[in-house]
Design a protein around this ligand. Structure first.
Ligand code: SAH
Length: 411
């Protein structure tokens, strides 16, 4: 069944109350998902073996239970959390405040290896790094780490593949393999934080600063539609934002949740009351074109998606980002900029900004980026409507690490 939204309870991380089974059984990867047919949407992730359970799958209360289920005192959960979230430590040898036997059992039971790095590629003079990870069942996902003058951003994956089938996106063309667990999502950030600590990312022009580099921004713009894997994605956001030692203590403002416009998911996120930034991948202001570019539009129209984004702004006070990949002669006409400006202004002022990005090339796609003059005109037309508009920086194009290019080839 490919056509109904998966209930949140079916997400991959739902293992809170289950007994521990370590090591996890090795599940061989299934044959590659067939290429999706045009317009087809896949909400329900194929069932594969669950990833081993991990500390980062759990709330602090659940961690206590998990530790007790391993036969240890509940307060050990806090100690283990401090090692993992505060010190980024998963080596039992370093956990000297814990008795040796306790350490190895807790690490074996709650800090299993979820990500195995298989490829690491560098671009932009060492300031951009793309990682490909193998998950426990052989599925492959990618993350991209980018250093800027005053921030470090990691672009993370929330699903292996994606079921949203946007024809201009390499991930969408590969289909959905499976949902990722909260632990697998968080581990991408923890790995990046460790890499930064080891000084593995080249300077961003701010080498004079003394403090160790930290991951300041996390964007859910890698593989997958995070709101289609709601429970694990929001669980991951909680782990990232909970203050140490319960979580990584990041600012919610530094986190961006990007979506094709799953309206019920946006509304649910609104109700969570976590002030992350919402990015809506719009790409067209009219239903006729958006039905083709972002097939979810056949379920929730441009107006419905914009209304949900506006409700998000109203509830959180966070300015929403509209993502718009400029595709030559497809969605880059001046009248579409005007229509977009009108639709945004109809809902209010100061609630939104637009982030056009020149389309990144993907294999087999007939489309290409807009000409620079056309791009500039599009931006100016939007600004003339009073809409703050900035061209999105694109990184890692030469390593297929840019937006829409993540397809998990191991080349
Ligand atoms: N599923 C989410 C997040 C993943 S994609 C979403 O769609 O928002 C992150 C962003 O990259 C989205 O705005 C997406 O539309 C955009 N994108 C996809 N393919 C692209 C391409 N070839 N060039 C530029 N941007 C692209």
């Amino acid at each position: 069944m490919t056509d109904t939204p998966a209930p949140a309870s079916e997400s991959a991380s739902e293992s809170a109350t289950e007994p521990v089974s370590v090591p996890a059984p090795v599940v061989l990867p299934e044959p590659t998902t067939a290429r999706p047919v045009p317009g087809q949407l896949t909400f329900q992730a194929p069932r594969r073996g669950k990833p081993p359970r991990h500390l980062a799958d759990f709330t602090p209360a659940e961690r206590k239970e998990a530790v007790e289920s391993l036969g240890h005192k509940g307060y050990r959960a806090k100690q283990l959390s401090a090692h993992y979230f505060e010190r980024l430590e998963d080596d039992p040898e370093q956990m000297t405040d814990l008795p040796k036997a306790v350490r190895s059992e807790l690490v074996a039971g709650l800090l299993p290896t979820l990500l195995t790095p298989i490829v690491q590629r560098v671009a932009d003079d060492g300031q951009t790094m793309k990682y490909a990870w193998r998950l426990h069942d052989g599925a492959i996902v990618e993350s991209v780490l980018m250093r800027y003058p005053k921030r470090v951003t990691i672009c993370i994956s929330s699903q292996a593949g994606c079921g949203m089938n946007c024809p201009f996106c390499a991930t969408g063309q590969a289909g959905l393999t499976r949902n990722m667990s909260a632990g697998e999502i968080v581990e991408q950030v923890v790995w990046a934080a460790r890499a930064l600590r080891r000084g593995e990312l080249a300077g961003g022009g701010d080498d004079d600063h003394e403090a160790p580099l930290r991951v300041s921004n996390v964007v859910f713009m890698g593989m997958g539609e995070a709101l289609a894997n709601y429970k694990a994605s929001v669980g991951a956001i909680r782990r990232l934002t909970d203050p140490a030692p319960d979580g990584l203590g990041m600012s919610a403002r530094g986190i961006t949740m990007s979506t094709v416009g799953l309206v019920p998911g946006i509304d649910k996120l609104t109700a969570e009351g976590i002030p992350v930034t919402l990015a809506l991948s719009l790409h067209a202001p009219d239903d006729e074109l958006r039905n083709e570019l972002v097939p979810i539009n056949t379920r929730w129209s441009v107006d419905e998606a914009l209304d949900a984004a506006y409700r998000y702004f109203e509830a959180t006070g966070r300015r929403v980002s509209i993502e718009y990949a400029l595709i030559r002669d497809i969605n880059d006409q001046g009248w579409r900029a005007d229509l977009l400006g009108e639709k945004l202004n109809r809902r209010g002022r100061g609630w939104v900004h637009v982030n056009p990005i020149p389309l990144n090339p993907t294999p087999g796609s007939k489309w290409t980026a807009s000409r620079p003059g056309v791009e500039q005109n599009f931006v100016e037309r939007l600004r003339a409507h009073g809409i703050p508009t900035t061209i999105r920086d694109t990184r890692g194009q030469d390593i297929d690490g840019a937006c829409g290019q993540l397809a998990a080839s191991t080349a």
